[in-house]
Design a binder for this molecule. Structure first.
Ligand code: ATP
Ligand code: MG
Length: 266
């Protein structure tokens, strides 16, 4: 039932990497996990060893109102995957228009997916605003924002602290309690990285779930189409991922999620 949504106003910060590897860590902690790709780049599947030739997916099929169960890939990790699917620019724009006209196109299957009380759903979203994020964020138990320890990320802190990047006014207030932050690609030996990480930690406080080290093994795992905990289980990044997954587990509601139920009933 719970939905953990990775989102960030900034691109290239590690959302997809963390969505994939945290989903794997949560599965290893005993959860039944479904990971969903809402980004037209369709790269989440690469972390799970799905062949490049498999270009199908849930979002590209959405206008045909498919049964999402038919599109789930069972991956070697044990995590279930709903890829976005590959499309061209016309398809992407067409889907965006369809979701703007009829948000139920996505909201209805999401309610069905989140109706399974034994399933933890992890969502990866494109950078910045998207119709998909607009539709799924209100259903999320936690929205996890990924930041890099650099000046641009530090400048985004006010928007993230207030939840404004997910909406304004009441919307931001609604999200505030459910926002968490992960710092990614921290290099403890680099002065700027350390200083930026300290600034983010000071401002974000207890909402900071943790930090993941900059580690070549993370990029190498993707190149090998494997997960970090599988390829390099004793690496610093693997330890960081497990620690963050434990923090997420502790922050997730244990019983039925009042947010999902409330919004789902709308
Ligand atoms: N902790 C890390 N250490 C080293 N490399 C990393 C780390 N995290 C991510 N990367 C690398 O950074 C690149 C960008 O990561 P990723 O694709 O996950 O970012 P993203 O936020 O999903 O990007 P986009 O906004 O385009 O969706 C990838 O090549 C990934 O392997
Ligand atoms: Mg991504």
């Amino acid at each position: 039932m719970p939905l953990l949504c990775f989102a960030s106003p900034k691109g290239g910060v590690g959302k997809t990497t963390l969505a994939a590897n945290i989903a794997d860590a949560l599965r290893r902690q005993g959860r039944r996990v479904l990971v969903m790709d809402f980004d037209p780049q369709n790269t989440l599947r690469l972390h799970f060893g799905v062949p490049l030739t498999d270009t199908g997916g849930f979002m590209v099929e959405l206008p045909k109102r498919p049964d999402w169960r038919d599109l789930v890939r069972q991956t070697a990790s044990g995590v279930m995957l709903l890829p976005h699917g590959s499309g061209d620019i016309r398809g992407t724009l067409g889907l965006a228009h369809a979701l703007e006209r009829d948000p139920e196109l996505l909201a209805a299957p999401m309610r069905s997916i989140l109706g399974d009380p034994n399933l933890l759903v992890v969502a990866d979203t494109p950078p910045g605003a998207s119709h998909a994020l607009n539709i799924i964020a209100p259903m999320a138990s936690l929205v996890c924002t990924v930041l890099l320890p650099d000046a641009t990320s530090a400048a985004l802190i006010p928007d993230i602290e207030s939840g404004r990047f997910l909406g304004a006014g009441t919307m931001a207030t609604l999200f505030a309690g459910r926002l968490r932050v992960v710092l990614n690609a921290v290099d403890p030996n680099a002065r700027l990285s350390r200083a930026a990480a300290e600034t983010v930690a000071r401002h974000i406080g207890p909402r900071l779930l943790g930090a993941v080290a900059r580690d070549e093994l993370v990029a190498e795992a993707l190149a090998a189409q494997r997960l970090v905990l599988d390829l390099a289980p004793t690496s610093q990044a693997a330890e960081d991922l497990r620690e963050i997954a434990r923090g997420i587990e502790a922050a997730l509601p244990s019983g039925p999620d009042p947010f999902s139920a409330g919004w789902g009933a709308r």
